[in-house]
Design a protein around this ligand. Structure first.
Ligand code: NAD
Length: 261
């Protein structure tokens, strides 16, 4: 339980990668604020399980990551109720798959807001507290799409390339303050985000469900395996260790070899 006494905030953590990260942080004794949408009873069950696992408290913030004011209020209420944010995981993200000429402008704005700008707003609010303490960890969930593109994902690829640049910039600014800033770039991880894009990809490319899974998704990954949420969470935990103090500004691929091709 090496994170006893630390407070973690994980955006977009009511499911998928974010929830696995919250569980891994709580298992190491961190107080955890989760965030995201979903069914109230299911969120409360997850929150209670996190509180029991960490022994240090767990709260849910319903802040909408498209709203800078709500993001600032979330960071403030985390500090007031659990403690100043020591570990910030910017993870909230959505996807939309369509050719650029058919891509709804409102979807573009929403994806840039949730997948990119929310990380800026959360860092903006949380970094001063980390600098004041002389210790902090910021881990942004990027993607293989922070390094390479795929067709029909213009907003997502643009946002994830942006996250990679934001990561490097803030890493330089925080480097002498005991705060590391990195991004993790998974390949395809089996979560609701992937499940939800299969029908649109079938439509955009004229393929069956099996063809999308095997010929589009797993075709990118030489391991022919989906990355797991627990693998991503384990790398986050490694980055939180004092032994990782020199890992900063890095874009850490976990993509089954995708971007080695
Ligand atoms: P997911 O759909 O399981 O989780 C997304 C989370 O974000 C949920 O908790 C959801 O409630 C929350 N969310 C969505 N819109 C929000 C908003 N406006 N405000 C607050 N919370 C909001 O998906 P996931 O696959 O776990 O995705 C998590 C992150 O991982 C995303 O940034 C995604 O881009 C990234 N990622 C996923 C994969 C993959 O293959 N699944 C690969 C690489 C990167």
């Amino acid at each position: 339980m090496f994170l006893k006494g630390k407070t973690a905030l994980v955006t977009g953590s009511t499911s998928g990668i974010g929830l696995a990260c919250a569980k891994a942080l709580a298992a190491q004794g961190a107080a955890v604020m989760i965030n995201g949408f979903g069914e109230a009873a299911a969120i409360e069950a997850e929150r209670a399980a996190l509180a029991a696992a960490s022994g240090a408290g767990a709260l849910h913030s319903p802040a909408d990551m498209t709203r800078p004011d709500e993001i600032a209020a979330m960071v403030e209420s985390c500090a007031a109720e659990l403690g100043p944010v020591d570990i910030l995981v910017n993870n909230a993200g959505i996807q939309h798959v369509a050719p650029v000429e058919d891509f709804p402008p409102t979807k573009w704005d929403q994806i840039i807001a949730i997948n990119l700008s929310s990380a800026f707003h959360a860092i903006h609010a949380a970094l001063p507290g980390m600098k004041a303490k002389g210790w902090g960890r910021i881990v942004n969930t990027a993607s293989a799409h922070s390094l390479v593109a795929s067709p029909f994902k213009s907003a997502y690829v643009a946002a994830k390339h942006g996250i990679a640049g934001l990561t490097k910039t803030v890493a330089l600014e925080a480097a002498s303050h005991g705060v590391t800033v990195n991004c993790i770039s998974p390949g395809y991880v089996w979560t609701s985000l992937i499940e939800a894009q299969i029908p649109d990809t079938m439509k955009a490319r004229g393929l069956t469900r099996e063809q999308v899974v095997n010929d589009v998704l797993l075709a990118s990954q030489p391991t022919k395996q989906f990355v797991t949420v627990d693998q991503v969470a384990a790398l986050l935990i490694h980055l939180c260790r004092d032994e990782s103090a020199s890992i900063t500004g890095a874009n850490l691929s976990m993509d089954g070899g995708w971007t080695a091709m």
